[in-house]
Design a protein around this ligand. Structure first.
Ligand SMILES: [Zn+2]
Length: 252
């Protein structure tokens, strides 16, 4: 029995970026694990951290992260994720990144979260011994995504088992965005056909209701954006249908 581990910085990145591949592996009988790194509830958020939730129509009294963990559970149930794990680390707005602009700057020197990211991934890797590990490229350079890429580099995973996904919808909004410099050299693109699984991907993405307005302009935008994007991704690699594209040393 083969096993895949999907690593998500936030509660939604795997669904939006490679939910089709997750569904495809599941349909082939793989065991699938999903770990999200930055999931901790922070009581009485203030300033920018509070604005991140009130901008989504959620009052200060709402436990925003608890709501998002529930969305993650709904996704896991919908897609048949076998092992669901949360890293219980604080998102960047709770670590001193005080504006939207600050989230997309290189990590601050006083932000030592990378070691904690490695600590939360290690036991899951040890337990699952996954044949494939899916991690972000950090397209768009969100500081939390950058920390995950850099932490993964130090975990000693065999390089042919690592598949770097295209952070979506950053890849839609910034088609020329480059992967983080921490990715190894000499990786090749691998297009995975998700034509048969695109509907499942869309349904999975719809589980993350709090994020859809911000990321897709509303629930009705999800199918439209993903259908168009994954068709373009397939065409860019000489394919028809819909594809998710990874960078890897491994083979499909
Ligand atoms: Zn993210």
């Amino acid at each position: 029995m083969s096993t895949a581990l999907f690593v998500s910085p936030h509660l939604d990145d795997v669904a939006f970026s490679c939910g089709g591949t997750l569904a495809a592996l599941k349909a082939k009988g793989w065991t699938v694990g999903l770990i999200t790194v930055f999931t901790r509830s922070v009581p009485e958020p203030r300033g920018f951290a509070l604005r991140c939730q009130t901008a989504k129509g959620l009052g200060p009294e709402v436990d925003y992260m608890a709501l998002r963990r529930e969305e993650d559970q709904a996704f896991a149930k919908r897609l048949g994720v076998d092992i669901l794990a949360w890293g219980d680390l604080e998102e960047a707005p709770h670590r001193g990144y005080a504006s939207a602009e600050a989230l997309f700057q290189p990590p601050r020197v006083d932000d030592a979260i990378e070691a904690s990211v490695a600590r939360c991934l290690r036991p899951v890797l040890w337990e699952l011994k996954p044949d494939r590990v899916f991690v972000p490229q950090a397209l768009g350079s969100h500081v939390d995504h950058v920390h995950v890429v850099r932490a993964v580099r130090g975990l000693g995973i065999a390089s042919n088992r690592v598949f770097y996904y295209r952070d979506t919808p950053y890849a839609v909004r910034q088609p020329d965005a480059k992967p983080d410099a921490a990715l190894p050299r000499g990786l090749r693109p691998l297009a995975v056909d998700i034509t048969e699984h695109l509907m499942t991907k869309v349904e999975g993405c719809l589980c993350y209701g709090t994020q859809l307005g911000f990321q897709f302009g509303g629930a009705e935008g999800v199918a439209r954006m993903l259908h168009a994007f994954h068709r373009r991704e397939a065409e860019a690699h000489g394919r028809t249908g819909a594809a998710e594209v990874f960078l890897t040393e491994g083979v499909g």
